[in-house]
Design a protein around this ligand. Structure first.
Ligand SMILES: *Cc1c(COP(=O)(O)O)cnc(C)c1O
Length: 353
């Protein structure tokens, strides 16, 4: 029997399940640009409630909800403080600069984790030579940090400091539900520290499309305008919102299984002599490991793995990322480890039978 290819590249790889598809097919819809899509409205109310905010909007991507979040807080000539490895800075084409004229002050965290003492003192003086410091953006969990959870006390301290100094705060919570499930700290408690919070439905929650931005009624009313000019006004978006509602109902608690699966994968990788985990403390569903140069570059090693039925993502010349999600289980993690072992042995055994 030939096994299907295992896709550990990203938690965006999930396909909608039969239950999710039937919820989508049954969705009641209307024109959301006119505010008349009942399912989208229901999703927006539900996610606002979960995040403890007055309002929320549904948007096609996390890139868009982050862009809107930053735009609500900063304009041309303003600066936001963020972590150097964050998604907003590294994987969103600097949309804040291209489209909003915003500058960034990047601070390197430890596996993406920022501490208060690192940002204190970074607020620029009110002086026409300088940009104006307007916001702090945090990412939780931190993607490039290896799914690292920002410690709750540090988040609270940084946001408290920001607000005391008149700065706004935005959370890139693409994987906030992973942080919530792993810590037992409710999403609303994390979100309480931020003026705006972006969450993704298309990552670990398993929906095909979509993100939401939550905040005060006033900010979200403004966000609706930004979403429209960015081309994110959708019509019968209830079809997509139904998937997100289904995901919130069925796929949040089970994120703990993804975390368990990631730890299992990490334990397997730790036992492979040639490979080295970047961190052996796996907080959630993402891990990174190094391949030595004698096994080739990460890209070449990933090509070899692909031939053996395993997809993982090269992220640096000798670094590879693996992510667990709804469509892989512990048996798949075991098989991934076997494939990694045989790739290291140089094709001496082919695990595809
Ligand atoms: C995936 C992701 C986003 C949003 O990505 P889209 O593909 O635009 O939805 C934002 N932040 C982080 C940390 C992410 O991992």
């Amino acid at each position: 029997m030939t096994h299907p290819t295992l896709d550990f590249r990203s938690d965006t790889a999930t396909r909608p399940t039969a239950g999710m598809r039937s919820a989508m097919a049954a969705a009641e819809v209307g024109d959301d640009v006119l505010g008349e899509d009942p399912t989208t409205n229901r999703l927006q109310e539900r996610i606002a409630e979960i995040l403890g905010k007055e309002a929320a909007i549904f948007a096609p991507s996390g890139t868009m909800t982050n862009l809107i979040g930053v735009r609500l807080h900063c304009g041309p000539g303003d600066e936001m403080i963020c972590e150097a490895g964050c998604h907003i800075l590294n994987y969103e084409q600097a949309g804040y600069a291209q489209l909003s004229g915003v500058a960034v002050r990047a601070v390197e965290g430890h596996f993406g984790v920022l501490r208060l003492h690192q940002v204190e003192g970074l607020i620029r003086p009110d002086n026409p030579h300088q940009v104006r410091t307007c916001a702090v953006c945090l990412e939780n969990t931190h993607n490039r940090g290896g799914g690292k959870i920002q410690p709750y006390e540090d988040v609270a301290a940084i946001c408290h400091w920001a607000h005391e100094h008149g700065l706004r705060t935005h959370l890139d919570g693409a994987r906030l539900f992973n942080a919530a499930v792993a810590t037992g700290i409710e999403p609303a408690r994390w979100a309480a520290h931020f003026d705006t919070v972006s969450v993704c439905f298309s990552k670990g929650l398993g929906a095909p499309v979509g993100s939401a931005l939550a905040g005060s009624r006033e900010l979200i009313a403004e966000a609706v305008r930004h979403r429209k000019v960015l081309g994110g006004g959708m019509r019968q978006s209830g079809i997509l919102a139904a998937a997100a509602l289904y995901a919130l109902e069925h796929n949040v608690d089970r994120l703990s299984l993804d975390h368990q699966c990631a730890r299992q994968l990490a334990r397997g990788i730790a036992e492979i002599e040639e490979l080295a985990l970047v961190s052996d403390q796996i907080d959630t569903n993402i891990l990174f490991f190094h391949v030595p140069e004698r096994l080739g570059t990460a890209a070449a090693f990933c090509d070899r793995l692909r031939g053996l039925g395993l997809l993982v993502l090269p992220t640096a010349p000798q670094t590879i990322r693996a992510v667990t999600h709804l469509d892989v289980d512990e048996e798949d993690a075991d098989r991934a480890v076997e494939i990694l072992k045989s790739a290291c042995r140089g094709f001496t055994a082919c695990p595809k039978d």
